[in-house]
Design a protein around this ligand. Structure first.
Ligand code: FPP
Length: 242
C-alpha cells in the first residue's frame, strides 16, 4: 500500500491565462476559458488523489482593475461553468464554498453561483473553495471588524484575543466554512509570489511553482507535484524530524 502523505488542503493560484491567449493569438477571455477547462480536470483529479480540500484563486479584489470586457468575460464563464459542470460536480460528490463577497457580480453570475452552492450543499466529498472577489488582506480586515464588534457586544477584553479568534472569522474559519490551513500552495506560469492569496492561512504552507501556463497544467503534472509533496519535511518552526 502507498502510504505517502497526501496534502489535506491544496491551494492553487491559476496564473498564465493571458500569456496562453497571447501565445495562441486569441482574446484574453479565451485564455480564461481554456483555464476553466484545466480547472475542471484538476477538480476531478483532486478527488481521485485523495485531497480533501481544494481552493482556487478565480478572481482577486485587484482583478477589478482589468478591462470591463475581461472582467465580464470571467463572470460569464462562471455561468457557463455552472451550466456545463453542475451535474458532473454533483455526481462526484463535490461540495462548493465561495471565499469572498460576490453579491456585486452581475445577477446571472450570482444566481448561477447560488444555484450551484445550494445544489451541492449536502455533498460530503471534495470541498472545493472558489476564491472570488477575494483578497487575503481584505479577509483579515473583515475578521478584525467582526472581532471588534464581538468585543463590544460581549464585553471581551481585547488583550485576551488569540490567533484562533482571528482565524474563526476568516472565510476558512469556523464562523464560516471551517477549512483547515493549506498544506500546499501551487502557482503556475513561472511567477513566484503569493499575490494576496490565503495570506493568513498560508503561514506554514509548502510552496511549489511551475513554468507551465495554467491552461496547459495537466492532472499528470499535478499528480507529480502531489507526489513531490511527500518528500517535503514540514517542521512548523520546530526541529528537523530525525
Ligand atoms: C490569472 O491569469 C487568471 C485569472 C485572473 C482568472 C482565473 C479564472 C479562471 C481560470 C476561470 C475560473 C472559472 C470559474 C468558473 C471559477 P492572468 O490573466 O493573470 O494571466 P497572465 O498573467 O498571463 O496575464
Amino acid at each position: 500500500m502507498d502510504k505517502r502523505p497526501v496534502p489535506t488542503h491544496v491551494g492553487i493560484i491559476m496564473d498564465g491565462n493571458g500569456r496562453w491567449a497571447k501565445a495562441h493569438n486569441v482574446p484574453r477571455v479565451m485564455g480564461h476559458n481554456a483555464g476553466m477547462q484545466a480547472m475542471k480536470k484538476i477538480v476531478i483529479a483532486s478527488s481521485e488523489l485523495g485531497i480533501k480540500y481544494l481552493t482556487v484563486y478565480a478572481f482577486s479584489t485587484e482583478n477589478w482593475k482589468r478591462s470591463t470586457e475581461e472582467v465580464n468575460g470571467i463572470f460569464k464563464l462562471i455561468v457557463k461553468y455552472v451550466n456545463s459542470e453542475l451535474e458532473e460536480l454533483d455526481k462526484n460528490n463535490v461540495h462548493i464554498n465561495i471565499f469572498g463577497e460576490y453579491d456585486m457580480l452581475p445577477k446571472a453570475s450570482v444566481d448561477a453561483i447560488n444555484r450551484m452552492v445550494g445544489r451541492l450543499d449536502a455533498n460530503d466529498g471534495l470541498v472545493f473553495n472558489i476564491a472570488l472577489n477575494y483578497g487575503g488582506r481584505d479577509e483579515i480586515l473583515k475578521s478584525v471588524r467582526s472581532l471588534v464588534s464581538e468585543c463590544v457586544r460581549e464585553g471581551r477584553d481585547p488583550s485576551d484575543l488569540t490567533e484562533d479568534d482571528i482565524s474563526r472569522y476568516l472565510y476558512s474559519g469556523s464562523a464560516h466554512f471551517d477549512v483547515p490551513d493549506p498544506d500546499l500552495i501551487i502557482r503556475t506560469s513561472g511567477e513566484e509570489r503569493m499575490s494576496n492569496f490565503l495570506t493568513w492561512q498560508a503561514a506554514y504552507s509548502e510552496l511549489m511553482f511551475t513554468d507551465t501556463l495554467w491552461p496547459d497544467f495537466t492532472p499528470e503534472e499535478y499528480a507529480e507535484m502531489i507526489d513531490a509533496y511527500a518528500n517535503r519535511d514540514r517542521r512548523f518552526g520546530g526541529r528537523k524530524s530525525e
